[in-house]
Design a protein around this ligand. Structure first.
Ligand code: TNX
Length: 540
């Protein structure tokens, strides 16, 4: 009996030592495997609470315990409804891989597969929820991986911006970072925009900006899920798009800018390159030719557009409202027809913006007649027009001919009477060329000083019923803006707020909740090299 007991004790002892040995061995194994993973693992895995960072704020977000960590083995798996869609999603996967790879140092591969292994990021339109619309998406992060499903690839593209913001801000660095755990909080996010139009306008006439600057502008806005890029291409101070039938528009009209600089213009090939770059980010480009006013650059290029047959002098100052096309001359409509024809042919988007603002040297009757004719020309090339106030007041404007872009904060009545759709750009909220404060070194102030807080605390429905609102657009006029740094200084940090106004339902937004989220974008903006303004209303 005693012997039996002793044997049992021995057996238990040896079992225990085997278990201990196994534990030690597995520890060593674990250590060797993970120390091989490139970046050293920090002592504790920290990850950001998505609810404190994501801009625009998602519609529904549940944070769950745990996190998913990217490793050098992480693969992006993509799967669409057919081969061409899968190929398109692979492009989105590569876009994400290009963001993740430099900072993590991992070579993230994109793989076409409907069967993602544990540890993957999965992008799919299979089982995408149509009720979330073209831009909506569902993101599920578990300890095993992250999966975005959307009804269209566009929704996947919006969704990867969310993943990007859930990763540590160092993900935005373009050099390798080794002391960060690339972890994403486990979460369940269902998200879709409240408005289909979330845009930014860039005026490339008052000062000209290179294709590279324009691409960077598009890239930066795309991370806040914006989807419309409006290029203001002609004004008194410069004509910026090649029109083959009227070459002097760029040869003469393109050679000036505010202050007398060299100006510049985009060839049609360069414009198409911009359009493609935007398309790859699911952003529509809207070109604007501002008429019948704001036309001095064209009038300075061609004598036949003027009543006396003489070319006007070029103009490089700021004040406007003095120029007008001849509204009763057929030459004017031949000119516009050629311009719209060429522009429509290189613009895949549905819209051509025809300006229509500040035509102070055009009579009311002429304005009415002119806008009606031009609406017709735009329609004849299969496009819809957009016009600034008072475009809506022309007898030639109907809900079918085009959209109003609202900038004068008290002028929406006529558009509502006509039941038009409106893009909201109230100057005193959405004009990002306005100074933040009196001391701001760049910008104008005719619509007031617009702090980051004031730019955020409004809603399109303050100006029109929701059914008439197409969305919002913030506008950067460039009378005082000369460089990319200047663009960034005025656009950031106001632009993310405009992106949120267009995406997130009014009921979910408040400055007090938004401000800390914006503050958490500071490091990202810094790593992306954005020259943002440290507005005092944000507790940086
Ligand atoms: C008004 S807004 C303009 C532009 C100026 C801008 C400056 C609009 C349709 N017209 O021509 O650049 O103010 O803030």
């Amino acid at each position: 009996m005693a012997k039996k007991l002793k044997n049992k004790k021995l057996l238990l002892l040896s079992l225990a030592s085997i278990i201990i040995l196994l534990l030690v061995l597995s520890g060593i194994l674990y250590h060797t495997v993970f120390s091989n993973q490139g970046a050293a693992q920090p002592a504790s895995v920290t990850f950001t609470d998505p609810e404190t960072v994501i801009i625009p704020k998602p519609v529904e977000c549940t944070v769950n315990p745990g996190s998913f960590t990217l490793t050098k083995k992480t693969v992006i798996c993509v799967n669409g409804g057919n081969d061409s869609e899968t190929e398109e999603i692979a492009g989105i996967g590569r876009y994400l891989a290009d963001i993740i790879s430099p900072s993590t140092g991992f070579t993230v591969k994109v793989k076409k597969s409907s069967n993602p292994k544990a540890g993957s990021i999965y992008l799919t339109t299979q089982n995408g929820d149509a009720s979330l619309g073209d831009e909506g998406y569902h993101l599920e992060v578990t300890k095993e991986g992250a999966a975005i499903s959307a009804y269209t690839p566009e929704g996947l593209f919006r969704g990867i911006q969310t993943i990007r913001q859930m990763l540590p801000s160092e993900i935005e660095k373009d050099t390798q970072v080794t002391d960060v755990s690339w972890s994403i909080a486990c979460a369940d996010i269902t998200d879709y925009p409240v408005y289909p139009w979330r845009g930014m306008m860039l005026d490339v006439t008052r000062h000209f900006f290179s294709v590279e600057d324009v691409k960077r502008t598009i890239d930066l806005m795309s991370q806040y899920k914006m989807n419309r890029f409006h290029l203001h291409l002609s004004d008194d101070q410069g004509w910026r798009i090649e029109i083959k039938a009227w070459p002097d528009l760029t040869a003469i009209g393109g050679s000036t800018e505010v202050g007398g600089g060299d100006g510049g213009y985009y060839t049609q090939k360069e414009y198409s390159e911009i359009v493609k770059y935007a398309q790859d980010r699911y952003i529509m480009v809207i070109p604007e030719i501002d008429m019948p006013g704001h036309m001095n650059a064209a009038l300075a290029s061609y004598g036949e557009l003027n009543p006396d047959g003489q070319k006007k002098d070029p103009y490089t100052k700021i004040n406007v409202g003095f120029s007008s096309l001849m509204c009763r001359s057929e030459m004017t409509y031949t000119f516009i027809d050629d311009v719209i024809k060429e522009l429509a042919a290189i613009t895949p988007g549905e819209y051509i913006h025809i300006g229509g603002d500040e035509a102070d040297s055009t009579s009311r009757e002429d304005y009415d007649y002119f806008i009606g004719r031009v609406n017709g020309i735009v329609a004849s090339y299969g496009k819809k027009a957009i016009g600034w106030n008072p475009y809506e007041t022309s007898a030639g404007t109907t809900a079918d001919s085009g959209l109003l872009q609202f900038w004068k904060t008290n002028e929406s009545d006529t558009a509502l009477d006509k039941n038009m759709k409106i893009i909201m750009s109230p100057a005193n909220r959405a004009y990002i060329d306005m100074k933040y404060a009196m001391s701001t070194k760049l910008g104008l102030n005719w619509a007031g000083y617009i702090t980051t807080k004031f730019a955020y605390e409004w809603d399109p429905t303050d100006y029109a019923p929701k059914d008439n609102v197409m969305g919002i657009e913030c506008c950067l006029w460039t009378e005082t803006v000369k460089t990319m740094e200047d663009i960034e200084y005025l656009a950031y940090p106001r632009l993310p707020g405009h992106a949120e106004i267009g995406w997130t339902p009014k009921e979910l937004r408040s400055w007090d909740e938004y401000m800390p989220r914006l503050k958490n974008q500071a490091k990202r903006m810094e790593y992306e090299g954005i020259n943002y303004y440290q507005d005092k209303v944000v507790d940086w």
